[in-house]
Write a protein that binds this ligand. Structure first.
Ligand SMILES: [Zn+2]
Length: 206
């Protein structure tokens, strides 16, 4: 639930109004401010405020409350900036001027936190620091399935990749890398497997 609290003083009286995202109002979707009680939801008595002055609404797209001017010949100001046409977003600390009334925006506007689906990042074996220690055992990846150790576990009659690096430390003479490494790097030598050839493992050669 998004909220915006307005605080101001009028005729020596402190007033506080909280506007909510789904606030019931006379003009659904917006909360109107002005002197006219028949059209406005937040009513002012001060004669410098127009009968229908501004409206405040929650903009889901922007994830914030916005103020729109409804009185071109008596434009409001937000932080000393005249709001002629269009809308401005409101956030905590803003000062709105309607005529001579100074309204403080005091409630923090909680930004809408979007959680887009995390793109799957390809698993990359870490860059080898010590070649000698990784001859028999490929480096451990920080997450994901355990890398083949010491040899790729492959069922017969399946396709596998063949590391293009002739100097690969893969203990298997054919430099076989499990097919799951396609598009990644060789767990033994770090060579890019994007262009690795595939090799059909004959039956019984696991
Ligand atoms: Zn390799």
């Amino acid at each position: 639930m998004q909220e915006l609290t307005l605080k101001w003083t009028e005729s020596d009286l402190e007033r506080i109004e909280t506007i909510r995202e789904q606030q019931p109002s006379k003009h659904p979707g917006t909360v109107r401010l002005g002197r006219d009680p028949t059209t406005c939801d937040i009513i002012f008595k001060d004669q410098t405020v127009s009968r229908l002055h501004v409206e405040i609404f929650y903009d889901r797209r922007r994830g914030s409350f916005c103020l729109r001017n409804l009185k071109p010949d008596n434009p409001p100001m937000v932080d000393e900036q005249i709001v002629g046409s269009g809308e401005v977003t409101l956030s905590s600390g803003n000062i709105i001027h309607l005529g001579q009334i100074e309204i403080k925006v005091i409630a923090p506007v909680t930004p809408t936190i979007l959680h887009p689906p995390q793109p799957r990042t390809p698993r990359q074996p870490p860059v080898q620091q010590n070649i000698e220690s990784t001859i028999l055992r490929p480096p451990q990846r920080p997450s994901g399935p355990t890398p083949p150790s010491p040899l790729p576990v492959l069922s017969p009659n399946t396709y596998a990749l063949q590391c293009p690096n002739q100097q690969c430390k893969n203990p298997d003479a054919r430099r076989i890398v499990p097919y799951e490494y396609l598009g990644q790097t060789c767990p033994w030598c770090g060579t890019d497997l994007a262009n690795a050839g595939s090799i059909l493992l004959p039956r019984g050669s696991s």
